[in-house]
Design a protein around this ligand. Structure first.
Ligand SMILES: *Cc1c(COP(=O)(O)O)cnc(C)c1O
Length: 444
């Protein structure tokens, strides 16, 4: 593709995608069903996707891309992985949904528990938002307390109580929280800086006996990728235990990603409750929350906490989850070593290209999730992430897209590597970045 115009807002017209976008705008606000899919933050026109296979996506105009969005995390085995396609097809033939229990639910739960032994009991839901919202309700019921601590730049889905300084799309579009969320709801959510133990200590001191839980992305993905500082997660564990508060790890993104057993395995910390999603459903709508038995068994029908879902534990989602998680467990050693190696090769190659071009770039990477922050760094929390040059990121994004590399369309998102990314994809990505940086430098 033409890379000579990479420093100007893209002039490349994708006629078919453009047509589809206009049609979509007649039905959906902004033409999208999730705001992070829009290209407002990076400019240019979003390609419409026709199909994908492995690490590659094809748009409606016939262009091919190396994909680093991976459906925002789920596609760790690459797109249309044969065993996942086969499992879903077989399940669909037995009917898509019953509203009664099937064996596949316990089958997937057993796999989940092998990866996440802290999840003694769990419940399946259909989205990460439902998982975090329900975990919060459980924590409040269990403790009889009102306040919730979250961290600036962490996104936990779009439930009212959690849409406070929520990173991701909220940060991308410069919205402080969300209109429509009552002050009366938001006032019980304390948003603190990530990686700052003193701030958590101060909050517990100020609100003694009032804090129900601390919810955290143990590796932040939704302010861009930010690793926990040494000892930080342990400090959260200690402080919550001392205060009788519930520690919730929102591993919707990190679960099965930064290790088979998520961040809790990678950093050796056991939370009270865990939220999973994304990879869990292998691309189908599936999420879960679970943890200590005495907390989770407060759920109806055993206990007084109500939570339900018509399509929860859906057979197609269970089939895709079993195929995906089952494969990750079977090939665990090989898969996570390969992901680490591929992601490191991309990060190293692109960092080197940036250094050679004199472009200020900070690479934050944990396993196969990473973000390129357009700034000297370090990026350790939301405030430092927000110092990035988002215009330079937009230029990088456009230039990469024109050369057939599809990054998440925001500075405040993580990119994902799958097992389907090959050395050829790595080389193409590094070459695209080299050209993009040259163009950005020429543009000043
Ligand atoms: C994606 C995400 C969610 C929300 O999940 P949905 O399925 O989009 O509702 C919650 N928490 C984290 C950490 C996420 O990355």
């Amino acid at each position: 593709m033409d890379s000579s115009s990479t420093n100007a807002p893209t002039e490349r017209v994708l006629p078919r995608s453009h047509q589809l976008q206009q049609r979509a705008e007649q039905f959906f606000p902004g033409g999208v069903n999730s705001p992070v899919r829009a290209f407002g933050a990076v400019g240019g026109h979003p390609p419409f996707v026709e199909r994908a296979q492995g690490a590659h996506v094809w748009d409606a105009d016939g262009n091919q891309y190396v994909d680093y969005v991976g459906s925002w995390g789920p596609m760790i085995l690459g797109h249309a992985a044969p065993q996942v396609v086969e499992a879903v097809q077989q399940a669909a033939r037995r009917s898509a949904s019953f509203g009664a229990s099937t064996a596949s639910e316990a089958e997937l739960a057993a796999l989940v528990q092998r990866a996440f032994p802290s999840m003694e009991r769990m419940r399946f839901v259909s989205s990460g938002t439902e998982a975090t919202m329900s975990a919060l309700r459980l924590a409040r019921a269990f403790t009889g307390r009102k306040f919730v601590i979250k961290f600036e730049g962490c996104y936990h889905g779009h439930a009212d109580a959690l849409l406070v300084k929520a990173g991701s799309g909220v940060a991308t579009f410069g919205i402080p929280g969300s209109a429509g969320v009552l002050e009366e709801t938001a006032q019980f959510t304390l948003a603190l800086p990530f990686n700052d133990v003193a701030a958590v200590e101060a909050a517990f001191a100020r609100h003694q006996g009032e804090i129900a839980c601390v919810i955290v992305e143990p590796v932040v993905g939704n302010a861009g990728c930010i690793a926990p500082a040494e000892g930080y997660l342990q400090a959260l564990r200690t402080l919550t235990a001392q205060a009788g508060a519930v520690l919730i790890f929102d591993e919707v993104m990190t679960g099965f990603r930064v290790a088979l057993g998520g961040a809790q395995e990678r950093y050796g910390i056991q939370p009270d409750l865990t939220c999973l999603g994304k990879i869990l459903g292998g691309g189908l709508p599936c999420a879960a929350f679970g943890g200590r038995r005495e907390i989770v068994e407060m759920l109806a029908p055993l206990g007084p906490v109500y939570q339900a879902g018509t399509l929860s534990g859906n057979p197609l989602a269970m089939a895709a989850g079993i195929a995906t998680v089952g494969h990750l467990i079977e090939q665990r050693a090989q898969i996570y070593a390969q992901l680490e190696q591929t992601a490191a090769a991309i990060a190293d190659g692109v960092a080197q290209a940036a250094a050679q071009a004199g472009v200020a770039l900070t690479t934050n990477r944990v396993g196969s999730m990473f973000t390129w922050f357009l700034q000297p760094g370090p990026v350790v929390d939301y405030a430092s992430a927000a110092c990035s040059d988002t215009r330079a990121f937009a230029a990088l994004h456009r230039a990469m897209l024109e050369q057939g590399v599809w990054l998440p369309p925001s500075q405040f998102e993580a990119a994902f590597v799958s097992t389907a990314h090959t050395a050829l994809d790595v080389a193409a990505t590094v070459a695209a970045a080299r050209a993009a940086f040259a163009g950005m430098r020429a543009a000043g």
